[in-house]
Design a binder for this molecule. Structure first.
Ligand code: NAP
Length: 226
């Protein structure tokens, strides 16, 4: 039975990853900040283990790494993320910027360092960072959302570095864009349901091989310019 670890698994795309992977016969380690309050997650059926993990908390991360030390991980999804304040030029909330960087860019690096050895135990391991087209420098024609955009651009660089770091251990590492999905972050005007976004991502992930490692992809497999 393949095994996955998902961060931010209590709602939005993370919860949907748990639902779809579990329905496909995966064993899922579903991590979130407050598992005792994750009511919907508790109702998902299958081989699911819930774990407490604030991705910015190094002690919690190390503890989970130790708890799962014997587990080969076939898939790790760095999904947890925050948007932060949207204010643009002249309205930048500097005091919030570091926290967005911490969650969106630094934590995925810490998660990768913690679980690289678990991934290395699997036959065809994949480390997926949920990025965003908004992090593409090449596609930015409107400015706005400076804090979120810069955090995802940093995550993209983290992805590229980690892909090189983990290539000798046979771990495929990629940044992916889920599309605009109707979660708490995406809002109700988004054209994709979380189910559609995650099913697109899972098809993409299934087709990713070592030759794709270090890339940034949309759900249809097309590369997104950095
Ligand atoms: N929705 C979209 O259209 C869209 C588009 C592009 C990219 N993305 C990316 O997709 C990912 C999931 O987004 P979403 O739309 O599902 O957002 P969401 O509905 O707002 O859910 C965000 C998830 O991240 C968790 N989280 C936040 N800070 C955390 C922390 N410090 N430690 C652990 N978990 C934390 C939240 O947990 P709590 O409930 O504890 O806050 C929640 O489970 C994010 O990385 C986002 O940037 C989304």
């Amino acid at each position: 039975m393949p095994t996955a670890l998902i961060t931010g698994a209590n709602r939005g795309l993370g919860l949907e990853f748990v639902r779809q992977l579990s329905a496909d016969g995966w064993r899922v380690h579903a991590s979130c900040r407050l598992p005792e309050k994750a009511r919907t997650l508790k109702t998902v059926e299958g081989e699911i283990e819930r774990h407490k993990l604030d991705v910015t908390n190094g002690l919690q991360l190390a503890a989970l790494g130790r708890e799962l030390v014997e587990e080969p991980l076939d898939l790790l999804v760095n999904n947890a993320g925050i948007f932060g304040p949207r204010g643009g030029f002249g309205k930048i909330a500097y005091e919030d910027w570091l926290q967005v960087f911490n969650v969106n860019a630094m934590a995925p690096m810490r998660v990768a360092e913690t679980f690289a050895s678990h991934l290395a135990k699997a036959e065809k391991p994949r480390l997926i960072n949920i990025s965003s087209r908004l992090g593409s420098i090449a596609e930015n024609e409107t400015s706005g959302s400076h804090i979120y955009r810069s955090s995802k651009a940093a995550l993209n660089m983290v992805t590229k570095c980690v892909s090189i770091d983990l290539e000798p251990r046979g771990i495929m590492v990629a940044a992916v864009h889920p599309g605009w999905a109707s979660t708490d972050m995406g809002g109700s005007r988004a054209p994709l349901t979380p189910a559609e976004a995650v099913s697109g991502l899972l098809s993409l992930i299934e087709g990713l091989e070592m030759e794709h490692s270090g890339g940034f992809y949309a759900s249809d497999g097309s590369p997104i310019p950095w």
